[in-house]
Structure formats: C-alpha cells, structure tokens
Design a protein around this ligand. Sequence first.
Ligand SMILES: [Zn+2]
Length: 166
Amino acid sequence: MPTVASLVRVGRVTFGRGVFAQKSIEKGIVVGQVLGKVIDDPNYATSYCIDLGGSHSLEPRAPFRYLNHCCTPNCRLVLTECEYEDGSPAPAEVHVEALAEVPEGAELTIDYAWSAEGAIPCLCGSVQCRGWVVDKSELAKVRRSSRRAAIPTPKSPPSRMPRKPR
Ligand SMILES: [Zn+2]
C-alpha cells in the first residue's frame, strides 16, 4: 500500500497552496485519510473545516488541508460513519477518493458543493465552470440573488474545504 506521503505533496498555486500527485493516481483509489483535529462544537466554523455531521467538525492537517475546489473535480471526500465500542456514534472518518485518473504532477481537486449562502465567484478555470463555488443544486438560487445584489469581487480564490461534502 502506498502511503499518503508518497502519493501527494503540497505545492504552490497562483493563490496559496494546493495538493499535487507525486505519481499517477488511478481512478477509484482511496488517496488517503484526511487527518486532523476533531472539534465537538455545533457553532465551529473555520476556513478549512469539514462538517462531520452532528456537532462534530474536522480541522484537517496537511496535505489534504490544501485541497482546492474545481467545478469538474478529480477527487471527492468520502465520509464513513463510525461508532465507539459501546455502539454510540463517533465522529465520521473522511477519505479522499480519486474520481478520475490523476496524472503525475496534476493538482487534486474536490467540489466544495457549498450552499448558496456561502457561494463566492469561482476561478477554477474548468471549461464547465459554474461561475460560483456552490453546489449544483443551489446554482439557480445564487444566480437569482446575484441579479438583485452587486456581485462581490473576491480578494482571493476559494481555499476552503466544504462544510457539507457529498
Ligand atoms: Zn469553477
């Protein structure tokens, strides 16, 4: 089994950091587990945290802390429900799975799938870019509200992990 450390590395992107394949990663491969600090606080919210359901959030460590959004991502986050030995629910585990082959040197990306309330303009550069960092099902809502209000110009592109990965 290749280790996460041998499969990916953190590198520079135009704005901040990203995660890159050290060697070609096959479709369907579990690239690694997103490790970090689990916080039990329903109001916890930071730039990178992942919603684990219930009152738990995961504040991820490198390398996967630096996964960027793309509207046509090559990876996704998979949440696995966990329980303690006594059967009570434990915080979910999060893994990164390749949705497509990721060639050596390419950046690993996920779809942040944010709700319309949190949407910001997207700069992912994909030919199928939705124009917003937002879940597909929320896009119509964003477009409606953006016609009423001036569209904010982001100072920097998204660098956040999804609050609700699917
Ligand atoms: Zn995009």
